[in-house]
Every structure is written in structure tokens, then in C-alpha cells.
Write a protein that binds this ligand. Structure first.
Ligand code: NDP
Ligand code: GDP
Length: 339
């Protein structure tokens, strides 16, 4: 039986990944930082909470990680734990760096010291491309991070490469573009839009207030993306891959499609921070823009090229942009009950 550690077990990706690992017979050990128990609703919602061995794991504590890696001698380690929200990273750059960079380094150093046969997956991100240097972005595209989050993840990305090249560890990264699902945190724009629309429909919210409507992202479904993580780590060669759909949509387009599901037809009026999205039938303001949600440095566009992982590892996606939005909208009604 393969022994596999998934850090950040209370997060979106950890839930989908653990489900697949359990189905394939892995003994899944989930790293949970203290105080995160309330967020185990994701594991409950996929009905896998009782099948995972949950252990305390604070990514910034080297001694704790060292003793865990030494005790379990994992076959695979997926490092999914992170301070993962770009917006918050501007206000908390130091703790973001500690968790996202030093945390990854703690695991790499532990593997190197006590169990060098363990394979290591690092959750790298398209935010490392930031101010994009090429369209679309692929494995060879130069990086240009635009947030403390992007910078911290880029440091961890290079550490993962460095431990591979210096010490021969099987350490690799998936450079994942934005991926969403009904289990996505409510601070991210897709879930904020969907939950907000559901709340408006139920008379619990007046309108959804957003930042930059013109930002464009390459949005995929988390369930498809965790399959890519497995392909990367289970391949016979340690290599880094871009994981994306190759399709591009704006925040505005996401708003329009989700609004349609909730029976709103959006007409945009005004410009910039004065812009509003008004429902054609009722005349009610559904979306409003506020500078509060603008970022100090914006990543205007992220557009990935998944050719390498598709051709080399045979990665396929089940979801389209439309089916992702539909899945999130359908589940929005149950979200409050689950959380
Ligand atoms: P989530 O934010 O849902 O999950 C992150 C997890 O990390 C949470 O369980 C969180 O615990 C945990 N965590 C945070 N800080 C620490 C710490 N100091 N020690 C231990 N655990 C900690 O992220 P996702 O599941 O969406 O993403 C998984 C990974 O992939 C992350 O590393 C993210 O940065 C990266 N990524 C995600 C993308 C996406 O679009 N989803 C795109 C590219 C990369 P708590 O519940 O206590 O907050
Ligand atoms: P990110 O790509 O990891 O930063 O994922 P987010 O979902 O947080 O943001 C995606 C894009 O949506 C970014 O360009 C944000 O600036 C933009 N955006 C516009 N309005 C909002 C908002 O109200 N909240 C968030 N989180 N993002 C917003």
C-alpha cells in the first residue's frame, strides 16, 4: 500500500486529490494545521473524512515535519498547503513567505535528510508568470511575479528544481492555472460571484461588489487538475508541467454566465469603478465595482498552454468552462449548509 502525505488537507485540492488516492488504495495521511478543524467540511462533503489519517502539521515547523517524514517514510508527498489568496498576501507578505517558501523548503530538507526516496510534488502557480512575458504561457516562459504570493511560490518552485538537480530528489512542480469547484474558498472571485448571486436570489444580499471585471483567467475544474498532479508525480521522470485549459474568459464573462443560471440578464453601464451590472428584467443592480477589491499590482491576464502535459502524460479534462460554472452554481445552494 502506497503511503501518501497531502499537506493542506482542509483545502480544495487536497479533498479532490485524496478522493482519487483513496480510490487507488493509497494510505492517505492528511496534514492539518491546528485550528483548521472547522474547515474539514470539504472532506465531509466528499465522504472521505473517516478514510484519511489526519495529523498535526504546521508547515513552518521544521522539527515537526522532520519527525513526520522520518516516522512515516512516505512514498509520495503532495505539498498543497499554502497561504493561497493573492489579495491577502499583500497585507501578510512575511507569513506568506514563511508558509509558501520556507514551508516547502522544510519538506525538501526533511526528505533529503531522512527519506530521499520519497517523491515530492510542489503546488506551483500561474501567478509566477504575473506580468506575462509571452502568450500563452508555457514551461519555458520567463517568470515575473506580481504579488508576495507569486514571489513566495516562485522561490518554492526554484527550491524544488534545485533539490532535484543538487541532490537527485524526485521533486517536481505542476504550474497550475486557476482552478475552481464547489469546494473553492469564498474569497476567490468565482465562488464570491456564485455565492453572491445565490444570496441575492434568496433575498440575503443586495448586490455583489467586485474589483477588476476585465481581468482574464484560464479557469479549469479542480477535479481535473488534481488528476494532472498525480500524472506528474507518478511519471517515471521528475519534470515540471504547466496545467491549464488553454481557454480564456474575463471576470465579466464569468459574471454573465453565472447570472444567467440564476435567471438574471446583465446589462453593463458606466465605466471603471463606476460600472454596474443591471438585471434587464427587474432593473435591479446585481454587480457593482469598488476599488476596495483592486490589487496594488494586478495580473491582467493568465493564459496557459497545456500541450506538454497533454501530449507527454496524456492528461485529459472532463470539464469545460460552462460545466465548471454550472457545477458551482448548482452547488451554491448547499454551500452555507456545508460550511
Ligand atoms: P486552499 O487555500 O483551499 O488550501 C490551502 C491549505 O493550506 C488550507 O488547508 C490551509 O489551511 C493550509 N495552510 C495554510 N497555511 C498553512 C500552514 N502554515 N501550515 C499548514 N497548512 C497551512 O488552496 P487550494 O486547495 O485551492 O490550492 C492548493 C495549492 O495549490 C495551494 O498551495 C495553492 O497556492 C496552489 N494553487 C492553487 C491554485 C488554484 O487555482 N486553486 C492555482 C495554482 C496553485 P487552513 O484551512 O487552516 O487555511
Ligand atoms: P487569483 O488569480 O489567484 O488572484 O484568483 P482570484 O479569484 O482571487 O482573482 C482572479 C481575478 O479576479 C484577479 O485578477 C482579481 O483582481 C479579479 N477580481 C475582480 N474582483 C474580484 C473580487 O472581488 N475578489 C477577488 N478575489 N478577485 C477579484
Amino acid at each position: 500500500m502506497k503511503k501518501t502525505l497531502v499537506t493542506g488537507i482542509s483545502g480544495q485540492d487536497a479533498a479532490y486529490l485524496s478522493k482519487k488516492l483513496l480510490n487507488e488504495g493509497h494510505h492517505v495521511v492528511g496534514g492539518l494545521r491546528r485550528g483548521a478543524e472547522r474547515t474539514l467540511w470539504r472532506l465531509k462533503s466528499l465522504d472521505i473524512l473517516n478514510d484519511i489519517e489526519i495529523i498535526d502539521l504546521e508547515l513552518t515547523e521544521l522539527s515537526e515535519i522532520l519527525s513526520i517524514v522520518s516516522k512515516y517514510k512516505f512514498d509520495y508527498i503532495y505539498n498543497l498547503a499554502a497561504m493561497s489568496f493573492v489579495g491577502t498576501s499583500f497585507g501578510q507578505p512575511i507569513s506568506t513567505a514563511n508558509t509558501n517558501y520556507i514551508g516547502a523548503l522544510n519538506i525538501l530538507e526533511s526528505i533529503k535528510s531522512v527519506n530521499p526516496d520519497s517523491r515530492f510534488y510542489q503546488a506551483s502557480t500561474s501567478e509566477m508568470f504575473g506580468k506575462v512575458q509571452e502568450m500563452p504561457q508555457k514551461e519555458s516562459t520567463p517568470f515575473y511575479p506580481r504579488s508576495p504570493y507569486g514571489v513566495s511560490k516562485l522561490a518554492a518552485h526554484w527550491a524544488t528544481i534545485n533539490y532535484r538537480e543538487s541532490y537527485g530528489l524526485f521533486s517536481c512542480s505542476g504550474i497550475l492555472f486557476n482552478h475552481e469547484s464547489p469546494l473553492r474558498g469564498s474569497e476567490f472571485v468565482t465562488q464570491k460571484i456564485v455565492l453572491g448571486l445565490n444570496a441575492i436570489k434568496n433575498g440575503l444580499l443586495d448586490k455583489v461588489v467586485l474589483g477588476n471585471l476585465n481581468a482574464k483567467r484560464d479557469w479549469g475544474h479542480a477535479d481535473d487538475y488534481v488528476s494532472a498532479m498525480k500524472l506528474i508525480l507518478e511519471n517515471n521522470v521528475a519534470e515540471d508541467y504547466v496545467v491549464a485549459t488553454g481557454n480564456l474568459f474575463s471576470v465579466r464573462e464569468f459574471c454573465e454566465l453565472a447570472a444567467k443560471y440564476f435567471d438574471f440578464e446583465i446589462n453593463w453601464v458606466g465605466e471603471s469603478s463606476q460600472e454596474k451590472g443591471i438585471d434587464k428584467k427587474s432593473g435591479k443592480i446585481i454587480f457593482e465595482v469598488s476599488k476596495e477589491f483592486y490589487r496594488p499590482a494586478e495580473v491582467d491576464i493568465l493564459h496557459g498552454d497545456p500541450t506538454l502535459i497533454e501530449t507527454k502524460l496524456g492528461w485529459k479534462r472532463k470539464h469545460t468552462f460552462e460545466s465548471l460554472v454550472l457545477d458551482m452554481c448548482e452547488n451554491a445552494k448547499n454551500y452555507a449548509a456545508l460550511n
